[in-house]
Design a binder for this molecule. Structure first.
Ligand code: ATP
Ligand code: MG
Length: 441
């Protein structure tokens, strides 16, 4: 999510008391479950959008986002490290902070998670932890912005802030997020939903790449914590104008749930007693990290190669049937094997992907309903148009001047949206619609 032009519109429409002729600096925080980033623009040059790409702990690199992680010094709840400062740290740190702002959000029932227990382990209330992180990231952003100008230049600009929230965020969670931002000194703030931000960014970057006036698209932003969906119609490419076709939808089905599912698989494989001991070891943390940065990202679906996760010196009981031998667990992507241990990667991925697919199918259905409504508005003899590569599901008549959105593509964005296996599953379930993983997303 890097587009501030649209965010500016969102800001203009909902923040009162700021006249348009005042020069403003708008900073937008993409507060992600696993990674966060800040973009900014000046209202006197709104086409020029900048992204913060220098972060404490990673000054040797140019990266658009920093990890949403924070770790407090034991006994000093005001001292903390955050983001890349914690890179390589396996000790306890707060991860998935954003999800703790909505602890009652429905989670996948097959993954045992207890957000309230995680909140209880924090050294201070979750809103204050979120405020510390938000303050730190905006301080970094502002100091980076200031570097580009003469001292005092920014004093002439009012600052406005934009924050994204998941489509499924409860009102309480929105209020908590806003409270955390205010506590961090961020005001005035405007909140927009993540699928809307993702859609506007994707549509802008894709508009020169084959999309046409009248096309409808489904956006599925699969991130670390949540999956957020919405569908849009391109009313016009020039000037750029889009129209929301569906109500944004989503769920707590992000990539972090794959990690939790992997932990659950370890628990079931080694047994409850050994798991209690194993969980406290460095080897366990490093196995989780290996899953997160390697196995999970490279999983391609059927016929994938075997993977091994080892827990050195853990003294686990061998269990050949479950693929556990000599403290080493086999994770395989070979689907058709009768041995359950040989389906480990599918047991991790499939239940989550099934839930995401249900959400995609609901969006596609809702777009189809809009198409039918357009048809009815345009007269009963007029039929829905289809794009060249979509097989007609409804019968068509010769071209006419009617206006109906054409469901052109499903765009998969966000980190999890880059998954080869997720794309394959969604494509198989929707053979008549193109599934696209835009490079820029
Ligand atoms: N190929 C992949 N398969 C599965 N997960 C992936 C893949 N590539 C990246 N990820 C995961 O995507 C997540 C990062 O994505 P992103 O930055 O979109 O999430 P986020 O903005 O932090 O989360 P959210 O938007 O849900 O709050 C990480 O959890 C990362 O492990
Ligand atoms: Mg995100």
């Amino acid at each position: 999510m890097d587009s501030l032009k649209e965010l500016k519109l969102a800001v203009d429409s909902s923040v009162g008391g700021v006249s348009d002729d005042e020069d403003r600096l708008i900073l937008a925080l993409d507060f992600g479950t696993t990674f966060s980033g800040v973009s900014y623009a000046f209202t006197n040059d709104p086409e020029q959008i900048y992204t913060i790409d220098s972060w404490p702990g990673a000054t040797d690199r140019i990266v658009p986002k920093t990890p949403t992680e924070i770790q407090y010094t034991p006994g000093s709840p005001d001292k903390f490290k955050w983001g890349y400062e914690l890179e390589g740290t396996l000790e306890d740190k707060v991860i998935g902070l954003k999800l703790l702002l909505d602890p009652d959000q429905k989670r996948p029932y097959w993954i045992p998670t207890d957000p309230h227990a995680e909140i209880a382990k924090l050294p201070k209330p979750v809103v204050e932890v979120a405020a510390d992180y938000i303050k730190a990231i905006f301080q970094q952003a502002l100091s980076e912005v200031e570097k580009g100008y003469l001292p005092g230049f920014l004093d002439g600009f009012k600052k406005q802030y934009v924050l994204t929230v998941p489509a499924v965020w409860s009102d309480t969670a929105k209020a908590m997020t806003e409270r955390a931002a205010r506590r961090a000194g961020i005001s005035p703030i405007n909140m927009i939903t993540e699928p809307e931000a993702a859609a506007l960014f994707t549509l802008r970057t894709m508009k020169d790449k084959g999309l046409k006036d009248g096309d409808a698209i489904v956006i599925c932003d699969a991130g670390g914590g949540t999956v957020d969906l919405v569908s849009y119609e391109i009313v016009s490419l020039a000037p750029f104008e889009v129209k929301g076709l569906t109500v944004p939808s989503g769920g707590a089905l992000g990539s972090l749930m794959l990690n939790r599912s992997f932990e659950e698989l370890i628990r079931q494989t080694v047994g409850e007693d050994d798991y209690v001991v194993l969980k406290k070891t460095e080897g366990y943390r490093s196995a989780l990290r290996e899953f997160d940065v390697a196995h999970k990202l490279s999983f391609r679906g059927p016929c994938d190669s075997d993977r091994y996760v080892s827990f050195p010196m853990a003294n686990l009981k061998d269990n050949k049937a479950k693929g556990l031998m000599k403290n080493c667990m086999t994770l395989t992507g070979q689907h058709a094997d009768i041995n359950p241990c040989r389906q480990a990667m599918f047991r991790i991925f499939d239940p989550i992907i099934q839930e995401i697919m249900k959400l995609v199918i609901e969006q596609v259905r809702d777009v189809r309903i809009k198409q039918l409504e357009s048809k009815n508005q345009n007269g009963s003899d007029v039929k829905v148009r289809f794009s060249a590569h979509t097989a007609p599901i409804f019968p068509t008549l010769p071209q006419s001047n009617i206006h109906c959105p054409v469901l052109q593509a499903i765009f998969l964005v966000g980190g999890f949206g880059a998954s080869t296996y997720l794309k394959e599953c969604i494509q198989t379930a929707n053979p008549n619609i193109m599934v696209v993983q835009p490079k820029e997303a």
